[in-house]
Ligand binder design. Structure first.
Ligand code: FAD
Length: 398
C-alpha cells in the first residue's frame, strides 16, 4: 500500500481547499434560497445555487474534459475531492446523476449535436436530470427490465413502468434504459436487447407519481410510460447497446466511498458534541462508550480499506474485494452511527424534526430511518456479499 500523493495531487488538494475556504462560507452566509414551503424543493434550490457556484470555479464536474469546464481528474484526485468536500461539509449538488453518470455517458456515446444540446444544462444546473433504470421486477437484476420501446418511423413508442426514480418529478430530462429487442430475454441474452433513451419528462404519455418514503420525504417517484413517443434521435449509442452505455461509465464509483469515511467520522464527532450538550450522562455509560470506541475503530479500518483500494487501482490491479467490502462497511457503519445517535440521546432521540424541542432540528431521528437506504442503494448488501463470495473467497456455486 502506498499512501503518498504526487505533487500534482497535493496542488489539486490545496487549490480545492483554498476555493472552498472562500466560497463555501460566502454561500452559507446567504442563507435560505427562495420562499418555497416544501423542504425538499428548498433543498433542491439550494443545491442548484451551489452547483452553479461550483461550476463557475470549475469544481462541479472534475472528471469532464477541460473543454467542458472540467479538470480531467485522476483517480487519486477523485479520492482527494471526495475527502475534502466531506471535510468542508459541502452541500450536495443539483445534478448528481447528471454530473457523475449521465454527462459522462453523453460525452462517451453522444453525437456532437447531443453533447451541445444537453451537456450545458447539466453543468450549469439549469435543467435537472433523473436516471430511470429500476423497474418493479428489475432492481438488483437490472437486465430483467421490461419497459418496451418500439420503433415507429422516427420515434420510439415507450410503454412500461419504472420505480424508485429519484427526483423524477423535478426533472426536465431523464436517461432511461428500455427494451428495444423483446426477444432477447427469451433468447437468454437479456443484456443485449436494451437501449438508452434520453426522455423529455414533459412529453405526453408520461405520468410521474411521487412516493412518500419512510422519513416522510417525497423524492422518489414511479414513472409510468403509456405510449410516450420519444424521438429516435434521442437514443444514446446504437440500438440494443444500452447496457454498455450505462455500465461503461460507472468507473468513478470505484473510489466512491473515500469521502464517506470522512463524513461518517464527522457524524460521530457531531454526535459526541451533541451528547455533551444534551445528554452528558450517555458519555459515562460503559455500554455506550464501548459502542463509540468500536465505531471509531471501524471508521479507521474503513479509511485504510479505501486507501488500499485506491493503491490497488493506481497499480492497475483489480479493485476488489476492497470496493465491495468498503460499500458494506459504509452501510453497516452509517446505520450503526444512526442507531447510536438515538440511543445516546435517550428520550430526546425520539423527537422528530419540526418539533420545538427536537435536537439538531430532528437530525438524529430522521437519520435513524433514512440510513436504511445504504443497504439498498449502490448495490444491496446481499448482492455485495455475493460478489465477495464469488470473486474474493471463490466459494463454489451450487
Ligand atoms: C435512495 C435510493 C435512491 C434510488 N434512486 C434510483 C434512481 O434514481 N434510479 C433508479 O433507476 N433506481 C434508483 N433506486 C433503486 C435501486 O437501484 C434499487 O432499489 C436497487 O437496485 C435494488 O433493487 P430492488 O429495490 O428492486 O430490490 P431487489 O433487487 O428486488 O432486492 C430485494 C431483496 O432481495 C435481495 N436480493 C436480490 N437479488 C439477490 C441475489 N441474487 N442474491 C441474494 N439476495 C438477493 C436484495 O439484496 C434485497 O434484500 C434507488 C434506491 C434507493 C434506496
Amino acid at each position: 500500500m502506498d499512501f503518498s500523493f504526487t505533487p500534482e495531487d497535493e496542488a489539486f488538494r490545496e487549490e480545492l481547499k483554498a476555493w472552498l475556504a472562500v466560497h463555501l462560507p460566502e454561500f452559507n452566509a446567504e442563507g435560505e434560497i427562495g420562499d418555497e414551503h416544501d423542504p425538499d424543493r428548498r433543498t433542491m434550490l439550494r443545491r442548484q445555487a451551489w452547483q452553479r457556484r461550483m461550476h463557475e470555479g470549475h469544481w462541479a464536474a472534475i472528471n469532464w474534459p477541460r473543454a467542458w469546464g472540467g479538470r480531467e481528474a485522476t483517480v487519486s484526485q477523485n479520492a482527494i475531492y471526495a475527502e475534502e468536500m466531506a471535510r468542508a461539509k459541502s452541500p450536495g449538488i443539483y445534478n448528481t446523476n447528471g454530473i457523475w453518470q449521465i454527462g459522462p455517458m453523453i460525452l462517451r456515446w453522444g453525437t456532437e449535436e447531443q453533447q451541445q444540446r444537453w451537456l450545458p444544462g447539466i453543468l450549469d444546473a439549469s435543467e435537472h436530470w433523473c436516471q430511470g433504470f429500476t423497474e418493479p421486477e428489475a432492481g438488483s437484476d437490472l437486465g430483467n427490465l421490461r419497459t418496451t420501446a418500439v420503433r415507429d418511423g422516427e420515434e420510439y413508442v415507450v410503454k412500461g413502468r419504472k420505480i424508485w426514480i429519484s427526483t423524477a418529478h423535478l426533472a426536465k430530462w431523464g436517461l432511461f434504459l428500455v427494451r428495444t429487442d423483446p426477444t432477447s430475454i427469451e433468447r437468454g441474452a437479456k443484456h443485449d436487447g436494451i437501449s438508452a433513451l434520453i426522455v423529455d419528462m414533459e412529453l405526453p404519455g408520461i405520468e410521474v407519481q411521487v412516493i412518500r418514503d419512510i422519513t416522510g420525504g417525497e423524492l422518489f417517484c414511479e414513472v409510468v410510460f403509456d405510449d410516450a413517443r420519444v424521438p429516435a434521435s434521442y437514443r444514446l449509442g446504437e440500438e440494443n447497446q444500452g447496457w454498455q452505455v450505462a455500465m461503461g461509465t460507472l468507473g468513478h464509483e470505484r473510489v466512491g466511498t473515500a469521502g464517506l469515511s470522512v463524513s461518517m467520522r464527522i457524524e460521530l464527532d457531531n454526535l459526541i458534541a451533541t451528547a455533551r450538550r444534551h445528554s452528558p450522562e450517555a458519555l459515562e455509560d460503559p455500554g455506550l462508550r464501548d459502542r463509540v470506541a468500536r465505531v471509531w475503530t471501524q471508521l479507521e479500518l474503513t479509511r485504510l480499506l479505501n486507501a488500499r483500494a485506491l493503491s490497488k487501482i493506481l497499480k492497475g490491479q483489480p479493485n476488489w474485494p476492497e470496493v465491495p467490502l468498503a460499500k458494506l462497511q459504509w452501510s453497516f457503519l452509517s446505520q450503526t452511527i444512526a442507531e447510536l445517535g438515538v440511543d445516546m440521546l435517550g428520550p430526546l432521540g425520539a423527537l422528530a424534526k419540526g418539533g420545538p424541542d427536537a435536537v439538531d432540528k430532528g437530525h438524529w431521528t430522521h437519520n435513524y430511518v433514512w440510513q436504511r437506504y445504504t443497504s439498498i442503494g449502490a448495490g444491496t448488501t446481499e448482492v455485495q456479499k455475493n460478489i465477495i463470495a464469488d470473486r474474493a473467497i471463490k466459494m463454489p456455486r451450487r
